[in-house]
Write a protein that binds this ligand. Structure first.
Ligand code: AMP
Ligand code: TRP
Length: 329
């Protein structure tokens, strides 16, 4: 028996190295284990929950899909667009009909994103039901997610259990796993802030598509400190610690161990820049090929969609039936 793993990524911005190390690579690692069957979904519908620009969404969706494939998702996992599998939205409505208004308004992410706004899209409130549908429609067992998604995942398991108890066993109850390499990579120019947070001008963020020259320049300008001897101390020396964590993550070792044999900040920066370029060069090469070949990209997305659709439809049909919806026959 294989373990069904599902994860979703939002097409809301340029991917940076933190996304790769914290989200994409852990999924690739799971996909490398033949005991797992991995589904990766570009959750484009979730991008509609806040003010958005259609052209930008279209472009970011294409770029995210191409990036995920370039990182090696194909052929190890099924990649598809959320909006191309309508079973997600259909199940979302059924789940909304099992969830309470108060459960949705309690979500921290909803509170944060709606605070201080006079107009909030209704889909921002119901978003956790769609996220639950994303997971449950594929009978998912394991969901790799970061800390910020734990609450949504708990709601998902609550809704699955509630549905199963009230209407009959339809859903597998999933569990969250937090990727082991959950080390937060920090902004190179502001090593106390997470890399990728909006507000940064990008000078301290390594984007997956940055050219080698840009990477070298950004790493060279990373904030460090005057102490010439390297040591790992995230509190007193956040800049050095962040570079060590980044090097450790890239070379799959610990931050402390990554510093072994390096004699000063300049050598550390050189090692980080080299490791970044080594990691990103093959991804960028494959990305350029894919983005230049929309037909191939479409083919891969269709293949993902077609691979997951039949089972998803079976789940929705079972849920409809359990809830008392009559089939037209
Ligand atoms: P976000 O784009 O912030 O919604 O994050 C998407 C995924 O990438 C989440 O699973 C995060 O845990 C991961 N991620 C984003 N930024 C970082 C970072 N700086 N370090 C580690 N993981 C990150
Ligand atoms: N809500 C997640 C985020 O903001 C993205 C997401 C949507 C997701 N559906 C999912 C993650 C299902 C895991 C499983 O990052």
């Amino acid at each position: 028996m294989t373990t069904r793993v599902f994860t979703g990524l939002k097409p809301t911005g340029q991917l940076q190295i933190g996304n790769y190390l914290g989200a994409i690579r852990p999924v690739l690692d799971l996909a490398d284990d033949p005991a797992n069957e991995v589904l990766v979904c570009v959750v484009d519908l979730h991008a509609l929950t806040v003010d958005h620009d259609p052209t930008r969404l279209w472009k970011l969706t294409l770029e995210l899909a191409a990036t995920l494939l370039a990182c090696g998702l194909d052929p190890r996992a099924s990649l598809f667009l959320q909006s191309s599998v309508p079973a997600h939205t259909e199940l979302s409505y059924l789940l909304e009909s099992t969830a309470a208004y108060g459960e949705m308004t309690r979500m921290v992410q909803f509170k944060e994103k709606s605070a201080g706004r006079d107009s909030v899209r209704l889909s921002l409130l119901t978003y956790p039901a769609l996220m639950a549908a994303d997971i449950l429609v594929h009978q998912t067992e394991v969901v790799p997610v970061g800390d910020d998604q734990q609450q949504h995942l708990e709601l998902t398991t609550t809704l699955a259990r509630r549905f199963n108890t009230r209407y009959g066993e339809v859903f597998t109850v999933p569990r969250a796993i937090t990727p082991v390499e959950s080390a937060r990579i920090k902004d190179l120019r502001d090593p106390r802030a997470k890399m990728g947070k909006t507000g940064s001008d990008g000078a301290g963020v390594i984007y997956l598509r940055d050219a080698p020259g840009t990477i070298v320049a950004k790493v060279r300008r990373a904030v460090t400190d005057p102490d010439p001897v390297l040591s790992y101390d995230p509190t007193a020396r956040p800049g050095i610690a962040n570079l060590a964590a980044l090097l450790g993550a890239l070379t799959r070792t610990s931050a402390q161990r990554a510093l072994h044999g390096l004699t000063g900040a300049a050598a550390l920066k050189q090692a980080v820049a080299d490791a970044l370029v080594d990691t990103l060069a093959p991804i960028q090469k494959r990305y350029a090929e894919l983005i230049a070949d929309p037909a191939e990209l479409q083919r891969l997305l269709r293949r993902g969609r077609d691979a997951v659709t039949p089972a998803a439809l079976r789940t929705v049909t079972a849920a409809r039936h359990a809830m008392g919806l009559l089939e037209a026959g």
